[in-house]
Design a protein around this ligand. Structure first.
Ligand SMILES: Cc1cc2nc3c(=O)[nH]c(=O)nc-3n(C[C@H](O)[C@H](O)[C@H](O)COP(=O)(O)OP(=O)(O)OC[C@H]3O[C@@H](n4cnc5c(N)ncnc54)[C@H](O)[C@@H]3O)c2cc1C
Ligand code: FES
Length: 325
């Protein structure tokens, strides 16, 4: 693995933003600043300027396939152009468009962290034609990659804060990027708690990570499944219910959640009841996408595009955009 502390936010359009606790800028204010940078195209600079045509994917090779659950596989890919792969940079939470030639293109979060650049990992839940075609890929197969796209988690502004991750099912994918990134830059963050649930033990993603996090003193891991199923000692119950049982205090804490829309809806409600500020609650949105670069108008919410201004939003921003979860 590469030097875990070598990652820097580079061209994020802002150096170290003041800590929200310092009473200077809230998350949303910080993120609006980032958005302005994004709108100027800065988030595309690292890789897209080389490509000129933003619709043209880079050719990549599958170097690993992991069966995560009965309907989710992870794919480790490297760009065929070795020099481009070496220069490739992205931020935790950014996504890529994967194309399967002759079938189509779909959006997936890069769920390996930018501190580990041997490959890019994408996890794919089988949903329709494109994801089924991806599931048929084997090591050595070629795909197209357009990445990185979108915004990212405001991890610089989370420095010194306690972090609560709340994930469900494949929703652990974007959280995984940030969890691994924070573990690789551990001293920058306070306590890290992960609440993660799936339908059954077999449906829990990233079992190797889960095992490692369960043994680690660096994180507190709480697992749950919807119904009783064989496996290590894990709780039984829906994620929002378990969140209420754990009842984390909001003290100096940022909550980041991703999962099925119904889970997110109740997690957001419960976080509010637990006393979390809207500014300190962050989620990622999914919408059907096409161009992925704010041109086709497929993914807008109000005046914003999920592909370009998102997929990461604070709850405060979503409320301002009048977005109903
Ligand atoms: C920002 C973002 C990040 C994503 N990250 C991941 C990821 O890491 N892993 C992953 O497995 N999936 C992810 N998705 C969802 C993924 O893009 C879709 O599941 C995929 O495009 C479906 O393609 P398909 O051709 O196989 O299915 P389709 O035939 O296009 O659709 C099959 C079914 O899935 C539904 N669907 C398709 N796209 C979406 C969507 N975006 N949101 C909700 N329902 C959808 C359709 O309505 C339909 O019911 C992400 C989506 C976005 C927008
Ligand atoms: S996918 Fe085209 S504008 Fe977002």
């Amino acid at each position: 693995m590469s030097d875990s502390n070598s990652h820097s936010s580079g061209d994020r359009g802002g150096s170290e933003a003041p800590h929200p606790q310092a009473g200077t800028r809230t998350y949303s204010e910080v993120r609006r600043g980032e958005q302005r940078s994004d709108n100027e195209g800065i988030h595309m600079k690292a890789n897209w300027s080389e490509t000129k045509n933003p619709y043209l994917p880079d050719l990549a090779t599958v170097i690993g396939v992991i069966d995560e659950t009965p309907n989710i596989k992870s794919f480790r890919v490297v760009l065929n152009d070795e020099e481009k792969m070496k220069r490739f940079s992205f931020e935790p939470g950014q996504v890529g468009q994967l194309s399967i030639f002759g079938v189509g293109e779909s959006t997936f979060v890069i769920n390996s962290p930018p501190t580990r650049m041997e490959y890019l990992q994408f996890s794919v839940m089988k949903a329709g034609e494109a994801t089924a075609a991806l599931h048929d890929l084997s090591v050595g197969d070629q795909i197209g990659v357009r990445a990185p796209l979108g915004n990212w988690f405001p991890y610089q502004e989370m420095k010194g804060r306690n972090i609560l991750f709340v994930g469900g099912g494949i929703g652990l994918a974007p959280l995984r990027t940030l969890i691994l990134f924070m573990l690789d830059t551990r001293k920058d963050y306070g306590d890290i708690t992960i609440i993660y649930g799936a339908r059954s033990h077999a449906d829990l993603c990233y079992k190797e990570d889960i095992e490692a996090w369960g043994k680690s003193n660096d994180v507190e891991l709480i697992l749950t499944v919807d119904a009783n199923s064989p496996g290590p000692p894990i709780r039984e119950g829906f994620v929002p219910t378990v969140l209420n049982e754990v009842a984390p205090k909001p003290d100096n804490k940022v909550a980041i959640t991703c999962g099925p829309p119904i889970m997110i809806k109740y997690v957001l409600q419960n976080l509010a009841q637990l006393g979390f500020n809207d500014e300190d609650v962050i989620t990622t949105l999914e919408a059907r996408m096409k161009c992925g670069i704010g041109l086709c108008g497929r993914c807008n919410i109000g005046s914003r595009f999920i592909c370009k201004d998102g997929p990461v939003f604070s709850l405060a921003e979503l409320k301002r955009l009048k977005f109903e979860i």
